[in-house]
Design a protein around this ligand. Structure first.
Ligand code: NAD
Ligand code: GLY
Length: 361
């Protein structure tokens, strides 16, 4: 195991998560180590394919692998049943076999879509996640949640299907649109707040130093390590994994009320984290200093923390109450107690949440 490598270990799976510049060059050798002898079904989106698809396909073919490739449009709309059905047509029509492997090269959209195709075609073939967005590196590619959206809501159809390997090539971030990169930092900050005060401090030092590119792989790896630990402890979200939803209750609601696409997921999560911190402050759980410290770090990454002007707090609350994390009609809020720790509370009065939404930051 190299020092660039983390290990997810759950009751059903054990796999490496590699975060390093140039990591994609390791893919042929790593697939051989995994004894992958079948065809490789390379799924990406049109943006990612343009930058990295052809070169990756060539290097795999030169190493003796049979590769088929398919690109979907590069946006959330591709995470739907119609696109999934096209993947099935492509794979089944092309003679996919149980020993084959799906390679998901792209952001969380491709990872979730291709991961679910792998989970379900022929009752399951292997998948390797090759994340190319910061968001997917630190979150979506690790932990085995796969799926597509339904017209009635996001991620409502899916399966847990752990990858055999996650290879995050940090060099690919060079072509990521800056807004997507910014949004990804919200998830890294989230990991610091929920579980790792030292990561939070590292992020503060990283922004103070002007985000030096040379530190990027290490900072991202530290962010991924939190997700690796949490999903290793709780693969199926029976307990601890819920803490990864910090900032997501109002974040998801905001995405839905604003209309998907108006705000990137990470942008909405940053606003949701700031709101959750202010809810925790009002409950006497979190200090005003720590609310401000989190706000400053998010702002340093270019993330807005105030709700958009004119947001309908009633509509937000109504959507939050329909959230998947609701048990017996009570919202389960992940609330910080200090930088590096959170609690889950289901007794937050809706009026308090409404007041936080209505009050300015
Ligand atoms: P995305 O996959 O839509 O990618 C964002 C944009 O960047 C796309 O236009 C894409 O084409 C482009 N892109 C990707 N990599 C690029 C690169 N290296 N260079 C240039 N362009 C590039 O967005 P995302 O934020 O990565 O993923 C969002 C999805 O992830 C959502 O559907 C969300 O539900 C899902 N998600 C899943 C999990 C999970 O645990 N499975 C966790 C969090 C989020
Ligand atoms: N993104 C939340 C999870 O993987 O559980």
């Amino acid at each position: 195991m190299s020092t660039d490598e983390l290990i997810v270990s759950t009751p059903t799976a054990r796999y490496p998560v590699v975060v390093a510049p140039g990591a994609l060059a390791e893919l042929p050798a790593r697939l051989r180590d995994l004894e992958m002898r079948g065809a490789l079904w390379l799924v990406s989106d049109t943006n990612v394919q343009r930058h990295y698809g052809a070169a990756l396909e060539r290097s795999l073919e030169q190493a003796g692998f049979a590769v088929r490739s398919h690109a979907v449009p590069g946006h959330e709309g591709s995470k739907d049943l119609a696109t999934l059905s096209q993947l099935y047509d492509w794979m089944i029509g092309g003679g996919v076999e149980r020993r084959d492997c799906v390679l998901a090269l792209g952001g969380g959209v491709v990872g979730d879509l291709a991961g679910f195709a792998a989970a379900s075609v022929l009752r399951g073939v292997a998948v390797v996640q090759l994340p190319t967005t910061l968001q997917a590196m630190v979150d979506a590619a690790v932990g085995g949640k796969t799926g597509v959206n339904h017209p009635l809501g996001k991620n409502l159809i899916g399966a847990f299907h752990q990858p055999r390997l996650v290879l995050a090539d940090t060099d690919t971030l060079a072509t990521l649109p800056p807004r997507e990169l910014r949004a990804g930092w919200a998830e890294v900050v989230k990991h610091g707040v929920i579980r790792d005060a030292a990561l939070f401090e590292l992020l503060e030092a990283f922004v103070a130093a002007g985000q030096p590119a040379a530190q990027l792989p290490d900072v991202i790896r530290r962010g991924v390590a939190v997700k690796v630990r949490v999903v290793s402890n709780d693969e199926r979200e029976d307990g601890e994994r819920i803490i990864l939803n910090y900032g997501h209750t109002l974040g998801h609601a905001l995405e839905s009320v604003a209309g998907y696409g108006a705000l990137l997921h990470g942008e909405a999560v940053a606003i949701g984290m700031h709101a959750a911190a202010r809810i925790a402050l009002r409950l006497g759980l979190f200090s005003a200093d720590d609310v401000e410290r989190q706000r400053r770090l998010l702002a340093a990454f270019g993330l807005q923390t105030a709700f958009p002007a004119g947001v309908d707090s009633g509509a937000l609350l109504a959507v939050a109450l329909r959230d998947k994390k609701v048990q017996a009609r009570r919202v389960r809020w992940v609330l910080p107690t200090h930088i590096g720790g959170v609690v889950v509370r289901d007794d937050v009065p809706p009026e308090l949440v409404e007041a936080v939404i209505a009050s300015e930051a």
